[in-house]
Design a binder for this molecule. Structure first.
Ligand code: TRP
Ligand code: ZN
Length: 863
């Protein structure tokens, strides 16, 4: 056990920093294991108090410290493991520090580190303090100028803002000078130095300014950045049209790196990306990769306004930039790829990740009130639920008032570090609505349950709707208030005609009754259309009502949802020992009809073919029995594969495209449907189906089709699996991003021998635990997407995960911590499994020298 108990940071303790850092001059003398950083901070005391100057700094070797050019003697300052403190300072002065750091030894991938021979940085949230002494908090904004000196073998020297000088130095060294005219917090600082290829273009903004666009990648990879570049230009244009936001520097750069803890980072003018979210061509990337690249390039670009021009006062306000920016990137993707399909995918991700988080020990509000390590709060709740809150705001206010509120926010808070309160106040003011109740969405954790029952009066032709809501207790919040929940409701007749168009009912108290007159026939309720609020809905609908919605709801989200609910109930019934065989046949029939609907797009049909995922099913059954759920789900898959065999084979053939590859949404939709058919067909692996799948895999000419063929063959197991995996490895062993897919395909393998195979893969020469992409491809995929095998009754799956967490925590706490969540759900599982999960959490928590990151999550998961 650790002997020191780390103290949490609390929102209630927020105090402004007593000094302003007007300018920050940084001089980097780069060298792999001894980089020198000189910082000159022009500091002015704000306010009258005589507080000392306390700067953050960790893992720094302090070489010198001076005020106004005079070196301080040892008794004029104090250094501990986390701070530099100077008790007495003038009111206005220049502080100069010089430190030495060791980027080559930095495997935590925060601060300044090396990836593939190049220097790069990751400063959000608190990495800057491992580069130099500084007030490393988002409300201290400063103007930066940066000089980088390095070997000529690192030809590109990049930082934020505009390049103002470069040239040779003595020996084989050279330098570059950068100035960023926009004041920014330290977490947006970035530096990259290395040998890179660059893809260049330009964009003319709405006011006619020309912006140079540059994407830097590994030598030889520039062609693979073309899709990211195209996405960037579309995002820049879209932000001008949808939000009136224009880019503000003359240069916008993106750099791709292989070793990165997260997806990407919005550093001012110099975004840094995980190469998996930037590099793509049809041979090596799937349609899902293209789609994520488009979304993440847009996300990071949109941060230039929602995050950079307006930033967060403190890290409790993280959703201010992340929730809003996710909402903006989801809206962009909806415009690029079709609103209904995009919404279904976003809701699937929300339920799989955020609803699970909200139902477990790590549940927290979108704006939390305390933390140990802020790194642990880059969660689905902050991001995805944060986005849902903005979406509800738009639904409640209407598009025009929403846009007015946004305009006011951008206008009023430009250049500031602000709060969620200030943001919401802009919408209240612009719309004239009182939003004080709405604010509870930010402060209350947990997924609300909404129940709707209906009562139809034939004679009076009146429909009565009874709506109620409740939210179960979450850690630290035993009592919940009612929230304002926008519920979009429409009515259909029994033969699927529209009886009443969509209307938003605002359920803003614990229960309410709504009466709709003039309803001419007994209606079928289509509620929570478009998933108008992040809640769990229960209604008194009968299966026959759901079949009407599944066949005819004009709201495509609810059409899909009706199918999912039917399938879910059938799987849960079978897993619970009461299978409904007639119902299963009926479901397969209805699915077959939906698949031949000429009016529906292939991308939508592909989603209809996907059964609810095993993690989603686990969330719906208490206590969860993953193996029983897996088997029950498989029975329904087999039934569909047999019942619809001819149709699935026909569609699989029809969706094959002969022409040149196109990455657009329409072509991707056809590939998605073909691959969904292949996946379903694999549930019935007789000779004809097996050779069809082998043919699919062998003939695939792009990565989408190849993965679409590989995974069914892996599921079938035996010789088909070995042959497909062997061929894949031989073709792609030199392509790291594709090799990640090879590891992931094996981690998802549902066959009973998979745990041994996954453990053996950790000894494969290509397994690199220091690379987060590779680590997650194997370990996180197994723990999150293979529940039937992760939850092995012996507990060996849990032990494997705990061993991995402890090993990775030694060098990369942030990434280790992100592996804890699957164990944290122990209370929701069969008691014998839950006890074994808990045991592994206890083993982790008791480990000496645990990082704060892992300690916080393990401890919270246990209480
Ligand atoms: N701000 C980044 C984003 O959402 C997230 C991020 C990237 C991050 N790297 C990080 C967060 C490291 C914490 C730590 O776009
Ligand atoms: Zn973000």
């Amino acid at each position: 056990m650790r002997t020191d108990t780390p103290q949490p940071v609390r929102l209630a303790d927020y105090r402004p920093f007593p000094f302003a850092i007007e300018t920050t001059r940084l001089v980097f003398d780069l060298s792999a294991s001894a980089t020198r950083v000189r910082a000159e901070l022009a500091i002015r005391r704000v306010g009258a108090s005589a507080e000392p100057l306390v700067l953050n700094g960790e893992r720094l070797k302090l070489l010198s410290v001076a005020i106004d050019g005079e070196a301080l003697s040892a008794n004029q300052y104090a250094v501990d493991a986390e701070h530099l403190t100077i008790q007495e300072t003038p009111d206005q002065f220049v502080l100069t520090t010089e430190v030495e750091i060791d980027p080559a030894a930095n495997k935590a991938l925060t601060g300044l580190y090396m990836s593939g021979g190049r220097f790069c940085t990751q400063c959000e949230a608190e990495g800057f303090r491992t580069i130099t002494y500084f007030p490393d908090r988002p409300d201290v904004l400063s103007r930066y100028s940066v000089r980088i000196e390095a070997d000529a073998g690192l030809p590109h020297l990049l930082s934020n803002g505009n390049l103002v000088g470069e040239g040779p130095l003595d020996g084989s060294r050279h330098f570059a000078e950068w100035v960023d005219p926009f004041p920014k917090p330290a977490y947006l600082f970035a530096l990259v130095a290395g040998d890179l290829d660059v893809l260049t273009d330009s964009f003319v903004t709405m006011s006619g300014r020309e912006v140079a666009l540059k994407i830097f990648v590994d030598p030889g990879q520039a062609a693979r950045a073309a899709y990211a570049l195209d996405s960037l230009k579309r995002a820049m244009k879209w932000d001008e049209e949808a939000f009136g936001r224009e880019y503000d520097l003359d240069l916008f750069m993106i750099v791709a790196v292989r070793d990165f803890n997260f997806g990407a980072m919005e550093n001012k003018g110099l975004n840094i990306f995980n190469s998996s979210l930037l590099l793509a061509d049809p041979e090596t990337a799937t349609d899902a990769d293209f789609e994520r690249i488009e979304a993440v390039v847009a996300h990071e670009y949109f941060h230039n306004w929602t995050g950079n021009r307006i930033t967060c006062r403190d890290w409790f306000q993280l959703c201010l930039k992340e929730g809003f920016t996710v909402f903006r990137d989801q809206s962009f993707s909806a415009d690029m790829r079709g609103a209904a399909v995009q919404r279904i995918k976003d809701v699937k991700a929300l339920r799989a990740r955020q609803f699970a988080e909200d139902a477990g020990p790590l549940a927290h509000p979108v704006r939390p009130s305390s933390y140990l390590k802020i790194d642990n709060f880059y969660t689905a709740t902050i991001y995805e639920k944060g986005s849902e809150i903005i979406r509800m705001l738009k639904t409640i206010l209407g598009a025009d008032a929403f846009r007015k509120g946004c305009d006011l926010y951008f206008d009023r808070h430009d250049g500031q570090a602000t709060t969620v309160e200030a943001f919401i106040a802009c919408f209240a003011e612009a719309s004239g609505q009182d939003l004080s109740d709405f604010f509870a969405w930010y402060e209350q954790a947990g997924t609300p349950s909404v129940t709707i029952t209906t009562d139809y009066d034939d004679g009076a032709q009146v429909l009565t709707l009874n709506l109620t809501q409740s939210t179960a207790p979450t850690p630290g919040q035993p009592v919940k208030k009612a929230l304002p929940i926008p519920v979009a409701i429409g009515l259909l007749s029994h033969n699927g005609e529209v009886l009443r168009e969509t209307e938003i009912v605002l359920l803003d108290r614990q229960s309410m009754t709504v009466r709709w007159a003039g309803v001419a026939q007994p209606p079928i309720l289509s509620a929570l259309r478009g998933f108008s609020a992040p809640v769990n809905l229960t209604t008194d609908a009968r299966p026959s009502d759901r079949y009407v919605l599944f066949g005819a709801d004009p709201d495509l989200f609810n059409r899909w949802e009706a199918g999912q609910t039917l399938a879910r109930d059938l799987i849960l019934a079978r897993a619970g020992g009461t299978p409904d065989e007639v119902g299963e046949e009926r479901y397969a029939d209805a699915l077959g009809q939906a698949l031949v609907d000429e009016a529906a797009e292939p991308a939508f049909k592909a989603l209809l073919l996907g059964l609810p995922s095993e993690p989603d099913l686990a969330l719906m059954s208490e206590p969860a029995d993953p193996l029983a759920l897996h088997e029950a789900r498989d029975v329904l898959r087999v039934r569909i594969a047999v019942h619809l065999g001819d149709l699935l084979r026909r569609l699989h053939g029809e969706m094959q495209s002969a022409g040149a590859f196109s990455a657009d949404a329409k072509a991707a939709g056809r590939r998605a449907l073909r691959n969904a058919c292949a996946d379903m067909i694999s549930a019935d692996p007789h000779d004809e189906n097996l050779s069809r799948l082998i043919g699919h895999y062998d003939a695939s000419r792009n990565m989408t089709d190849m993965i679409g063929g590989l995974y069914p063959l892996v599921c079938i197991g035996g010789a088909a699996r070995e042959k497909a995996l062997g061929k894949f490895f031989d073709s792609w062993s030199a392509e790291p991003l594709v090799l990640d897919k090879w590891f992931a395909a094996q981690a998802r393998d549902p066959n009973a021998d998979v745990l041994d195979r996954v453990m053996a893969l950790t000894r494969h020469p290509a397994f690199e635990p220091t690379n987060p992409n590779r680590l997650r491809a194997l370990v996180s995929t197994f723990a999150n997407y293979n529940p039937a095998r992760f939850h092995d009754p012996s507990g060996a799956g849990y032990r494997f995960l705990a061993d991995q967490i402890l090993a990775v925590d030694k060098f990369n706490p942030m990434t280790a911590a992100r592996l804890v969540e699957p164990l944290g759900a122990w209370r929701r599982y069969r008691p014998d499994l839950g006890a074994l999960m808990r045991q592994e959490l206890e083993r982790i928590a008791a480990h000496p020298d645990l990082s704060k990151n892992v300690l916080e999550l393990a401890a919270k998961s246990l209480t």
